[in-house]
Structure formats: C-alpha cells, structure tokens
Design a protein around this ligand. Sequence first.
Ligand code: C5P
Length: 231
Amino acid sequence: MTDDAHTAPRGVGVVVVAAGSGARLGAQVPKAAVRLAGRTLLARAVERVLAVDGLSCLVLVVPAALAGPEHWDLGELPAHAAFVAGGAERTESVAAGLAAVGEDCDVVLVHDAARCLAPTEVFDRVVAAVRAGADGVVPGLPVVDTVKTVDADGFVTGTPERTTLRAVQTPQGFRREVLIAAHAGGKVATDDAALVERTGRRVLVVDGDPMAFKVTTRDDLERAERLVAGA
Ligand code: C5P
C-alpha cells in the first residue's frame, strides 16, 4: 500500500435535503416535518442513513426557521451531524449542504428526506459503485409505463424506447470533487446527476429499491404508513 492510500480521505458524507415546503402534500408544516406513524419523515430517513457503512459526515438541510435538533425528533445524532439552512430551490439546498461536508469525505451522497424509507443497503450499494470508479452513481428502476415526450400544446413529439429508460431515485453518490465542480456551474436541475452529466462526466445507474419512493402526495404518505405498519 502506498503512502497516498494511507492518507487519502475515506469517509462518506451524506447530505439529506429536507427544506422543501410540502405544498403538494397539503401539509401545514414543511414536508420533512410531517409525521409518518408518529415520527417525522426526516427522522425516518436519518435512522436509515445512520447505519451507512463509513458514515463520517451527516448534513441535514432544513428550513432556516427549523435549523436545530430541537425541531425534529431525531434521537441521538453523531458529533459530526450538522444543520444547514436550505434555499428556495432543491439545487440551492444541496449546494448549501455540500459546502458543509468535511474534507475527510471522498464520497458524498445526496438524499431526499422525502424518500424516507430508502433502505441503508441502497446507500451502501451506491458508495461501493463510486469507490469502484464511477464519477457518479444513481439508483434506478425500470420504467413500466410507455413514456412520451410532448410539446407545449400537449402533442406527442416522441416515444423513447422503454428498455432504455430508468426512473431514478436518491441517494445519488459522487466523488466529492466531481459534485463540487458540478454545483460550481450555478445551474438548477431536478437531480444532482443531471448537473454532473452536464460537466461531461459519466453517471452509472445501479439497482434502486421500490422502498425508496418519494413521498409527494397524500396517497404516497398513506402508502408509507401502510408499509411502516407492515400492512
Ligand atoms: O420538491 P421535491 O419533492 O422534488 O423535493 C425533493 C427533496 O428536496 C425533498 O426532501 C425536499 O425537502 C428537498 N428540497 C429542499 N429544498 C428545496 C426544495 C426541496 O431541500 N428548496
């Protein structure tokens, strides 16, 4: 083993973005503060993140007014956990969280608190694929519906071949410097992989998990409640 291998950072940083409003859920509180069978969505998500192999930095990106542990029933957090105020767009929230990730992390994962039931195994799978050499890694599932692209008037402009499509989830993982460079462009996207793709880097899709679905609507919350209850 070389000296470099001894000194190279080997930690995993996880940024959990939880600063969204939850308007589509119709909730009176930010979405991540909505309770799922008694515990907040953020607490459910964090519980699974804390078991990630090699976790050395946890950043929770929350609404500015709720930037402290007293607002969330998270239980005991590791000393490296930090709260950061989010921005108006998801991309801004991720950038704020990324700035708080320690340099001891060679891999950074970005996770939506709204995907509160994503199993720890998905995180470990994503980290392993980044460590195996990929610049960026996203969990994804095959698409069951036929997907159309449409123009502004609703007319179909194309039908992508279904076997080439994947519905992607979080956690999305990157080498730390790759994600920093992607966010330095100041562009906005609905996921972090899109920013990395725009820098010309290759992003690998690994197996996602049906449990990593995003709680967006009331129906999603009810589905999550049934799953937690084991129904
Ligand atoms: O709005 P959407 O469902 O795409 O949000 C995905 C995740 O990003 C959620 O966990 C949400 O809390 C987070 N988010 C954020 N800051 C925003 C918007 C969304 O942290 N400004």
